[in-house]
Design a protein around this ligand. Structure first.
Ligand code: UGA
Length: 437
């Protein structure tokens, strides 16, 4: 099938490459000519495991192309909208400028029977509004909402083998044709019995935001338990293991630490709250404000722990910050707790040296005031205190004995509870996790 993908960020670029891998003929459209040039040459403009190989294979096969020219969508039967919906400046609501611009610029090229399939995370009600826009233009095209659940770091796997598919379809006579189009797109996944939920626009939109709200709530729940553990001497990691054995609860997303960040969870819970308030149901999701507050408190907790470990004053003291990305296997620094901690410590006058295997270039652009090194040994060298804020594998693998030789102090704050506390203590470190004695 010929497919177009509008917006080639984390979501769109992966979707385009994965669809080509599945045998479709795909054109990706983006307004950023640098991004398009990289993608067209088979290069990923961001770090995502497995994506470079997929891009190269797609481009070389001739099935995958990228351009800034919207007219290239002509002839495609399904047009995916994969542009960003960031938080509006100074507000909690989502900024739909890019979604509207994408649909507006797509409309002149649509033909009867084409399907516009929204993938971006949008406030409930958006799909119905966009469907009217598409219908009013009179081309005979239709609209569906087909939310995406990929995780950065596993984006290729999640797109090729999703754990479920959700179609929010138009009612009436367009329903069957819209479903046929999406079934053709996802034929490979459907042939492997991937669960499929066929529903209406509002449900499809809400599935996405409620999934992210649930995940954020799960993380903040365990971080709230960490706060209680901290005043009682309990160990939140053991607590998570113990409650996680209950299959109804499950152990995943119960890792207490510096909290969630990224381009999705934080802004999605805020946008959901804003949308619920518009709908007169603010109280239904008012708890998400608490989820957000707990999450942000953990960043402060990590900063306070570093300050306390350095006798209440970090001024001019060398602090090594291990990690900048919002999670490992990503170079994404959007709303990153790690970068926030580094910036806060720098703001307090600490001599911060930050390291990350992938995210330094991005961090340097937004936080030029920080000092960076890609060399982990250099980061440890002369550090009065060390703080781990992204759980990259190489930090777990680093020798605590070697780290102690390099550092000037012996305090390590494990903001992700990812290190082997026993090994670090045995090597002579004062190890401090979050929510752990
Ligand atoms: C999230 C969702 O997990 C995806 O299902 C969704 O498709 C995506 O948002 C999206 O809306 O596009 P992602 O932002 O890639 O995916 O990251 P997650 O793996 O959800 O992690 C989010 C944050 O939570 C990270 O900062 C991570 O370190 C933190 N986290 C995760 C914890 O602090 N504890 C945990 O137990 C798990």
């Amino acid at each position: 099938m010929k497919i177009s993908v509008i917006g080639c960020g984390y979501l769109g670029a992966v979707h385009a490459a994965a669809m080509a891998e599945l045998g479709h003929e795909v054109v990706g459209i983006d307004v950023d000519s640098n991004k398009v040039a990289a993608l067209a040459a088979g290069r990923a403009p961001f770090f995502e495991p497995g994506l470079p190989e997929l891009l190269l294979a797609g481009v070389e096969s001739g099935r995958l192309s990228f351009t800034t020219d919207m007219s290239a969508v002509k002839g495609a039967k399904v047009h995916f909208i994969a542009v960003g919906t960031p938080q509006r400046k100074g507000e909690h609501a989502a900024d739909l400028t890019y979604v509207d611009a994408a649909v507006d610029s797509l409309i002149p090229y649509l033909s009867a029977g084409d399907l516009v399939a929204g993938k971006s995370t949008v406030p409930v009600g958006t799909a119905a509004r966009l469907a009217s826009k598409v219908a009013d233009a009179g081309s005979g095209a239709m609209l569906a909402w087909n939310p995406e659940f990929l995780r950065e770091g596993f984006a290729v796997l999640d797109t090729i083998s999703p754990d479920r598919l959700v179609y929010g379809l138009p009612s009436g006579e367009q329903h069957a044709l819209a479903k046929d189009h999406l079934d053709e797109v996802y034929a490979t996944a459907l042939s492997k019995d991937t669960p499929l939920v066929v529903t209406d626009y509002a449900t499809a939109e809400l599935v996405k935001v409620s999934a992210n709200a649930f995940l954020a709530t799960k993380i903040s729940f365990i971080n709230a338990m960490a706060e209680i553990a901290e005043v009682t001497g309990a160990d939140v990691t053991q607590l998570a293991d113990a409650i996680g054995y209950d299959a109804r609860i499950g152990r995943r997303f119960l890792n207490a630490g510096v909290g969630f960040g990224g381009g999705c969870l934080p802004k999605d819970i805020r946008a959901f709250t804003a949308r619920a308030e518009e709908l007169g149901r603010g109280e239904s999701v008012a708890f998400l404000k608490e989820v957000d507050a707990i999450n942000l408190r953990r960043r402060q907790k990590v900063v306070d722990s570093v300050v306390a470990a350095l006798d209440g004053d970090v001024f001019n003291k060398r602090v090594a910050v291990l990690g900048l990305a919002f999670k490992p296997d990503s170079d994404d620094i959007r709303d990153s707790p790690a970068l926030d901690v580094a910036a806060q410590l720098k703001g307090l006058g600490a001599d911060v040296i930050a390291t990350d295997p992938e995210a330094i270039d991005n961090a340097r652009r937004t936080h030029p005031q920080l000092a960076y090194t890609t060399d982990l040994e250099e980061a440890f060298t002369g550090a009065a205190a060390v703080v781990v804020v992204t759980e990259w594998k190489l930090y777990r693998a680093f020798s605590p004995a070697r780290a102690l030789q390099l550092a000037s102090g012996s305090v390590i704050i494990d903001g992700r509870n990812c290190l082997d506390a026993t090994a670090w203590r045995a090597a002579g470190w004062t190890y401090q996790g979050l929510g752990r004695p």
